[in-house]
Design a protein around this ligand. Structure first.
Ligand code: NAP
Length: 277
């Protein structure tokens, strides 16, 4: 008896920390179930997901490169996932697939867990990057009441597409990618969020000047390998509050676990340490 069968669908998936998280919670809450790694190349996504249904899976997470493609395979996709344009969590019930997006929750819950008194309404947020993760970050910021988002991405057309697709294009302004940003702009910024893959192990460094940024501003890097990116080290040296990215990974896993097992799990210090936080 395997209990609740769940897993992660992606390509590749072998590097994922998600099994550590879900297996920890299954044990911690005395539940019965599995969390399996399911490597499916693009051409096998549809048949692979049909197989999961036939084998009695209760649901699964979705990662790169399938977060958009899986939407078409779901019987229902909720409003949030449609706004973000990506599904990262699927529940299977009575042979039907329900898709949602928990990255928005993961992004904001991690911030709130680290800085409970953070007031999103105090100034603009500078978001670096306009890829898949940026869509969830931007939606989270809009939902938390950030007055304005300044979006800066190497490929301007991708930033424009993100703005157009968002729920409130009027609250997002595009900034040119080539830093330095003007000191006048930087002095107004209340938070900076890196959503690019720059600064990640094996990727080029993120070269961004924080000159002019107020000491009250918060800097959040969603890259979590390494945990302390150069951006965060610099920010800490300047005296800014920082938030690391590993908690976003942990918190985004919580609503999926609740959907499948009926328990909203907590992020404990022990679990954070287990995934390198
Ligand atoms: N903490 C978490 O839970 C969590 C969740 C999701 C993602 N992440 C992390 O977030 C990062 C982005 O993920 P994603 O899914 O959004 O990836 P993605 O869709 O591939 O987007 C990558 C972003 O990085 C930019 N970029 C890449 N190389 C660049 C370069 N050389 N110069 C300037 N910009 C560059 C891209 O700009 P262009 O548009 O110009 O290509 C784009 O904005 C990854 O490091 C990922 O691990 C963390």
């Amino acid at each position: 008896m395997t209990g609740t069968r769940t897993g992660l669908v992606g390509h590749p998936v072998s590097h994922s920390k998600s099994p550590i998280i879900h297996e920890y919670w299954i044990k911690h809450y005395g539940l019965s179930g599995t969390y399996e790694l399911i490597d499916l190349p693009c051409e096998e996504l549809a048949t692979g997901i049909r197989r999961l249904k036939d084998e009695g899976f209760h649901g699964f997470n979705v990662t790169v490169p399938h977060k958009m493609a899986v939407m078409k395979l779901c019987d229902e996709v909720d409003m949030l996932a449609r706004i973000v344009g990506a599904v990262n969590t699927v529940k299977i019930k009575d042979g039907r697939l329900y898709g949602t997006n928990t990255d928005v929750f993961g992004f904001t819950e991690n911030l709130k867990a680290h800085v409970p008194d953070f007031d999103f309404s105090l100034g603009p947020a500078l978001v670096l990057g306009a890829g898949g993760a940026a869509r969830a970050v931007v939606q989270g910021l809009l939902m938390e009441g950030v007055p304005e988002i300044w979006l800066s991405n190497r490929t301007a057309s991708k930033a424009e597409a993100l703005i157009e697709h968002s729920s409130e294009p009027g609250r997002i302004r595009r900034l040119e990618w080539n830093s330095p940003y003007s000191s006048e702009d930087m002095s107004q910024v209340h938070m900076v969020i890196n959503t690019t893959s720059l600064g990640m192990t094996g990727k080029p460094p993120l070269e961004v000047s924080l000159d002019g940024l107020s000491q009250d501003a918060l800097v959040y890097d969603i890259v979590y390998a390494p945990l302390m990116t150069e951006l965060l080290k610099d920010s800490r040296r300047r005296g800014n509050r920082i938030v690391t990215g590993i908690g976003m990974l942990l918190h985004q896993a919580r609503p999926g676990f609740k959907l499948w097992h009926g328990v909203m799990p907590e992020v404990t210090d022990e679990l954070t340490e287990m995934v390198g936080g």
